[in-house]
Design a protein. Sequence first.
Length: 224
Amino acid sequence: MSMVSCDVILAAGGSGTRFGGAVNKVLAELRGVPVLRYSLDLFGTHPAVRRVIIPCRPADREAVAALADAWKNAHADASAPEILLTDGGATRQASVYNALLLCCEPLVLIHDGARPFATAAMIDACLDALRTWPAVSTGVVSKDTVKLVNEAGVVLQTPDRAMTRLIQTPQGFRREELLAAHERFREIPVTDDCSLMELAGCPVRIVDGSYENIKITTPDDLRR
């Protein structure tokens, strides 16, 4: 099976209000290494990746640029992908859109920069699914019972746990279709890019993530 190629967006522009403190969580250290560096190491060394685009806040741009430069200096060979920075928007959705405008490959993977424990197997699974499906996400079966509630907290429904997935990243897309969905539904707030594809009527395939693939949200997560 021939190797496909893709661009990668590492979302790093969030304010991290739940994380607290003055440091962006993607720049906080986990086991002595900035959280974002884990994703650079993973995607930057995958043979399918041609470029990595990082949308970030202006306040973080200098630090993110220094991190990216250090990574490039450590991987100064012809196979290393291009790394580009762009301005983050007011929302994750806007940040991803800004980064999409810099993508060139037909396929794009989007990953939360605050998820340091993704794996090459997840990248491979996403790219393999994109041979057939227009959108794909990693996810895991919920270990807990999930209930849907109304605004008052009253239970409306208890879905079959086996049919639910806790959604993670990386997520993968055909670039032109995702770009069109972003432009069509830019006024509708969503928390992940698969939701935009769902709004556009596109099927989304879920592939296996990992319970270890957590998103760094609070300082306690750095103590893993």
